[in-house]
Design a protein around this ligand. Structure first.
Ligand code: ATP
Ligand code: MG
Length: 235
């Protein structure tokens, strides 16, 4: 398996407190990999550590075989990784178009083409490009955040709970869109609270608990795993 992203024994935390105690995951080309686990397990911290927003104190992060451990986000973006945070993932006072331009701030060449390609993928926001992002509904904002993350054509996209607090219909649309993005050749690492939905959608999954790997395997098999079901799926 050619890993686009390989996270090996990553240790990270905030101040004195260690949150991740040696977490390992891998995402291969064209895969959708889900990370599920209870609140406070360290899922968001894991994505932040991968993306250079929280420093990695031990272990290693590799992007297509290249060591990117503790590389700053603006440089990681240039190496082919994008990240959509759990909250505050668009600039409400900027227009939709400006938000997308911000997504490409480290690379200005070919901006117009990339904007048009992203608008093609997100036809719902295209006609509203001159409006402020703050006027969009929750679901449309999430679409914009996805669109922004695609501006630099990432090899791998990190998504932190893209379906949080959306209506069931909007959740479906977001997952559908993530599927489209994946079929376009971008590997996806998806953190989800919505564990059942994530497991039916992803190819493989990891369960994270208390900052450690707890389970990993084929996503569908995990749906049927009694222990995972009891502990993490409310079965
Ligand atoms: N900026 C921070 N400073 C200090 N502690 C933090 C910070 N962010 C998160 N934590 C702590 O780190 C732990 C893991 O948090 P994290 O947000 O990674 O969990 P999570 O699995 O994403 O949870 P959720 O499902 O609620 O989003 C929690 O105990 C949290 O309180
Ligand atoms: Mg989180």
């Amino acid at each position: 398996m050619t890993a686009v992203l390989r996270v090996q024994d990553v240790v990270a935390g905030y101040g004195e407190v260690e949150i991740l105690h040696g977490v390992s995951i891998a995402v291969s080309e064209a895969e959708i990999v889900a990370v599920i686990g209870p609140n406070g397990a360290g899922k968001s911290t894991l994505l932040k550590a991968i993306f250079g927003l929280v420093s990695v104190r031990g272990g290693r992060v590799e992007l297509v075989g290249r060591d990117v451990t503790n590389i700053a986000p603006d440089r990681i973006v240039q190496s082919g990784m994008s990240y959509v945070p759990q909250t505050e993932n668009v600039f409400p006072s900027l227009t939709i178009n400006e938000n997308l331009e911000m997504g490409a701030y480290v690379r200005r060449d070919g901006l117009r083409d990339r904007l048009e390609r992203v608008y093609d993928l997100f036809p719902d926001i295209a006609p509203r490009r001159a409006e402020r992002a703050g006027r969009l509904s929750g679901g449309q904002r999430q679409m914009l955040a996805l669109a922004r993350a695609l501006m630099l054509d990432p090899k791998v996209l990190l998504l932190d709970e893209p379906s949080a607090s959306l209506s069931p219909k909007m959740v479906d649309s977001i997952f559908e869109k993530i599927g489209d993005i994946n079929r376009g050749g971008t590997a996806i690492l998806l953190v989800e609270q919505n564990a059942k939905e994530a497991l039916s959608f992803a190819s493989r999954a990891y369960v994270l608990a208390m900052g450690e790997n707890r389970f990993e395997g084929e996503a569908k098999e995990m749906l049927d795993n009694e222990e995972v079901g009891k502990l993490y799926l409310g079965a």
